[in-house]
Design a protein around this ligand. Structure first.
Ligand code: SAH
Length: 250
């Protein structure tokens, strides 16, 4: 059976114009597009010609099994010539791209990966604070505290404590556990951090706080995805937030 080709494309953080030009052109030429929950509807306007398949996966909602998504991808490549797998942010960061590429390899299906702007970069742009800073932050860590069912425990605390700037994906709902683990791991209680929700979108929101205050965020009902940025580069923003009235806190 001759099969089509699959492009794994990073949709970027949300704003429809933050996909790459290459990604957009491939969407415009796609026969079939399988997209994630984090992909904004505006982006699908680039591919009205394509058959759209929602394989929405949110970690907190009843999620579609990854194996099932892999199978749908392979099936789509058997049926269509140009298949796009559109994934939030960059496909190669916390996106389970490896499982999908492996399934394509096993089925002998050709693919290409097109990078996207990951949430950490969009959040930094929204905040207007550089992840690196001369003399203050010379390394950046992208990490997650989340461990999937049946996976070995992960030692995410040590590298976060050691990093000059750390970005934690999928960490806000578990803010209390994250804060406790980082304090136990030796990170100072007054370490500044930012929470950014809906980076790159008009409804983007930001909160600055210390590590000691982070558990408060666990009870927030955030509507969009949120990311944690931790490190000394955020101290000046924290000082500003502390000087301002508490209006913006959820
Ligand atoms: N591959 C994606 C990450 C997927 S994991 C990327 O490169 O960005 C999903 C997590 O990404 C969310 O729980 C959240 O922590 C973060 N995230 C994705 N989009 C975001 C956005 N627009 N604003 C803030 N955080 C976001």
């Amino acid at each position: 059976m001759t099969s089509g080709k699959v492009w794994l494309i990073g949709a970027g953080p949300g704003a429809a114009d933050l996909i790459t030009v290459r990604g957009m052109r491939l969407l415009q030429a796609a026969d079939c597009v399988l997209y994630d929950a984090l992909v904004q509807p505006e982006m699908l306007a680039y591919c009205p010609q394509a058959t759209l398949i929602d394989v929405g996966k949110r970690c907190d909602q009843a999620s579609m099994q990854q194996k099932f998504i892999n199978k749908m991808l392979v099936d789509a490549a058997h049926k269509y010539q140009r298949v796009v797998r559109l994934k939030g942010g960059d496909p190669m960061l916390f996106g389970r791209a490896q499982e999908e590429l492996h399934a394509l390899d096993e089925a002998g299906i050709a693919y290409e990966v097109v990078p996207g702007i990951t949430a950490a970069l969009a959040a930094s742009a929204d905040a207007g604070i550089s992840l690196t800073s001369r003399g203050l932050a010379r390394n950046v860590l992208f990490a997650t505290a989340r461990v999937g069912h049946g996976e070995d425990p992960s030692d995410w605390v040590r590298p976060v404590v050691a990093a000059d700037t750390a970005v934690l994906y999928m960490g806000v709902k578990q803010a209390a556990e994250v804060a406790a683990a980082l304090l136990a791991g030796g990170l100072r209680a007054d370490t500044p951090l930012l929470i950014i929700e809906n980076a790159s979108l008009p409804q983007s929101r930001e909160w600055a706080m210390t590590l000691a205050e982070l558990p408060l965020a666990a009870s927030w009902q955030l509507a969009g995805p949120a990311i944690l940025l931790i490190g000394e580069v955020y101290r000046a923003r924290l000082a500003l937030a502390e000087a301002a009235p508490m209006q913006a806190r959820a």
